[in-house]
Design a protein around this ligand. Structure first.
Ligand SMILES: Nc1ncnc2c1ncn2[C@@H]1O[C@H](COP(=O)(O)OP(=O)(O)OP(=O)(O)O)[C@@H](O)[C@H]1O
Ligand SMILES: [Mg+2]
Length: 308
């Protein structure tokens, strides 16, 4: 039924012989009736837009890491995973999606840091103490969810707003908050044993036969941050040794692209660095490689080389 892929050509779009359920930014989703096929392509997005350049081995790395996590966490909370079809494709349970991105943070970074720096002390209804630094561990993990929209930017949402807007009911919120924290603990315990910190990530859930189940992707290069424990320094940018999309975002900022206008083609040196982070995050988290063996280059190092 399916062709096993043995080469590593870049695949920007799949065309499997099934009705298309949707093309997401990264995954092509096919409708098999009760179930879905999630085919992870080599597409990459930043600032909510897709770039024209594909990343070699990205699809397979993300798919394989997702399979790894989903199999291991089934006992903690039920999820949609049914079967791995090939390197980039898995079969999952089709569910009614809950339109919330369950963003969870154990460290102050990214958009939460930018808001904090501006003086905000409440994020998604959660109070933050004074005096925190960039990349500092938070006193407790916090949920800072956003809406999940098919077009446009996702916006922050509080528990009260989510319930008032009927995205979830109060009981569902309670269950999903608890599930997200439990999963966060598990992911971080596993990552810690591979010398990785997961400072934040986002999850999605849906409803299936009156039950809540986790869908979409667990922490990957695209949906989480992965920091190397041995290089972690509070008060600093962690991008130089991170196995996540921060490298790409930072590169794009340097060339003045933040989502407006025509998305740029990525130079091959940049593609290579992103590819290393995609395959590296999978290999390091499953214990196959050490982060120091990946020979990552930071955006600073790369910009020097590109402008030489
Ligand atoms: N089990 C599932 N049932 C229904 N929908 C799912 C399931 N798992 C994932 N999805 C949805 O399939 C899509 C996966 O595609 P991808 O991750 O590329 O999307 P995305 O970039 O997050 O896209 P978008 O925001 O455009 O929907 C997402 O919209 C996700 O919410
Ligand atoms: Mg997605």
């Amino acid at each position: 039924m399916f062709e096993m892929k043995t080469n590593h050509e870049i695949i920007l779009e799949t065309n499997l012989p099934y009705p298309l359920f949707k093309r997401g930014k990264v995954r092509d989703v096919y409708d098999l009736g009760e179930t879905l096929l999630l085919a992870s392509t080599d597409r990459i997005s930043a600032f909510d837009v897709n770039l024209p350049t594909g990343i070699p081995r990205k699809g397979e790395a993300l798919n394989n890491l997702s399979v790894y996590w989903l199999k291991r966490t089934k006992k903690i909370f039920p999820n949609h995973y049914l079967e791995q079809i090939d390197d980039r494709t898995m079969k999952v349970q089709k569910v009614e999606r809950i339109d919330i991105e369950w963003v969870t943070r154990g460290y102050l970074y990214g958009s939460a840091w930018r808001e904090y720096k501006k003086g905000r002390r409440t994020i998604s209804g959660v109070n933050l103490p004074e005096g925190l630094q960039l990349a500092e561990e938070l006193p407790e993990m916090i949920l800072t969810p956003t809406t999940k929209t098919d077009a446009g930017h996702d916006v922050e949402i509080t528990k009260a707003q989510a319930i008032n807007n009927k995205l979830v009911n109060a009981e569902e919120w309670r269950e999903l908050e608890e599930a997200t924290f439990k999963l966060f603990e598990f992911y971080n315990k596993e990552a810690d044993s591979k010398d990785i910190i997961i400072p934040d990530f986002k999850l999605e859930y849906g409803r299936y036969n009156n039950n809540l189940i986790q869908i979409d992707e667990p922490p990957t290069h695209d949906s989480a941050r992965f920091w190397a424990k041995q290089y972690y320094k509070v008060g600093e940018q962690q991008e130089g040794h991170a196995l996540d999309k921060e490298f790409l975002r930072e590169y794009l900022k340097r060339i003045s692209f933040t989502g407006e206008g025509k998305p740029p083609t990525l130079p091959s040196l940049v593609v290579e660095e992103i590819s290393k982070r995609c395959t590296g995050s999978y290999q390091v988290l499953i214990g196959k490689r050490k982060i120091e063996d990946l020979a990552l280059r930071s955006v600073n190092e790369l910009m020097e080389e590109l402008t030489r």
